[in-house]
Design a protein around this ligand. Sequence first.
Ligand SMILES: [Zn+2]
Length: 401
Amino acid sequence: MHTVITNIRPWGGPLCDVVLDERSVVEIAAVGSAPTSDATIVDGAGRVAVPSFSDVHTHLDSNRLGLPFRPCTGAPDLMSRIMDDRANWRSAEASVTDRATYALQRAITFGATRVRSHAQVDADSGLAKLEGVLAARETHRDRATVEVVAFPQVGLHREAGVVALTAEALRLGADLVGGIDPCSIDRDPVRHLDTVFDLAERFGCGVDIHLHEPGALGLFSLSLITERTRALGMAGSVTVSHAFCLAEASTEAFRAIDELAELDIALTTIAPGTHGSLPIRRIVDAGVRIGLGMDGQRDYWSPYGNGDMLDRTWQLAFTQGYTFEPDLDSALAVATWGGHAVLDRAASRLVHGERPGLRVGDPAELVLIDAESAAAGVLDRPAGRVTVHHGRVVAENGELR
Ligand SMILES: [Zn+2]
């Protein structure tokens, strides 16, 4: 079964028709010339087509999207936010499952079909948050591909039983093992990272580590991550999220970026407004995979985030100071194909200036945006979207199909 999307403009280029099967783009044809017998026809209405968004760093278990606005009550530091979340998550107006399912629905309607969500496992919540995220994934299994990270937000060794809980989460369906700030949360970076990588070896899974630690401390933790990646032959299986330590334009940071490229350790960023922006152009030029994410959304940590990856793409472009069209396009490339290449290491790495993801053989994962051009779409963030997953429309104009 094929789908023919007529009258679309890949990356804002000339109008064409695109033929999809459930796996990939199988033909790009002049308007009106694609074979339509036995095909589902979708009128693209002149929209810009780009690869679907990949939200590669989100927390579906903690969002409060769709619920009454709730001001932050935690103190600014990380551990205070962790404990404030712990004190309040149970009293949310909706269950973790309902909140995660709704947040995933919003991501899909805004054009994301690839998501990597962390699911917190800790001594307080046990596996309840993981189960909510897994249930959301199941509900939307025909609309998006979702990876789940078993995420020990409060550290692995501060409280008893968390390592066993993390292992259980991996048994129950989490795809990757997480970690967080090896020096400042567990305050024992070697033990923390040895545990993370031991779990990865035991379960044959990838690793995705939150690294908020700044400057020299973060670079030290990063060196322990690269050391283990190299020693265990895990090149291509590791992701570092945030990596604020790379925001400093130092020789040490640039050397670390080159080592990430060598070991195919990917990065995710949420385009933060503080902590300094990552040098995206240098990271891409070095050959490091990088994708964009929403992180928390209207949760106990942050009042920001709305589920719209095009909105977050604007934020990436804004915080990078982009004004020229090729740079705006590149922000969209990070948010779409860049994240795809983080999740699927068989996918090609980004090249600045290229507009990836819409050639014959590329995945049948698209978002259609009602905009003059790709760059104008980033700036205007128009509401009219069509989301295509596995070659069929799964959401249109804000509604699931
Ligand atoms: Zn996070």
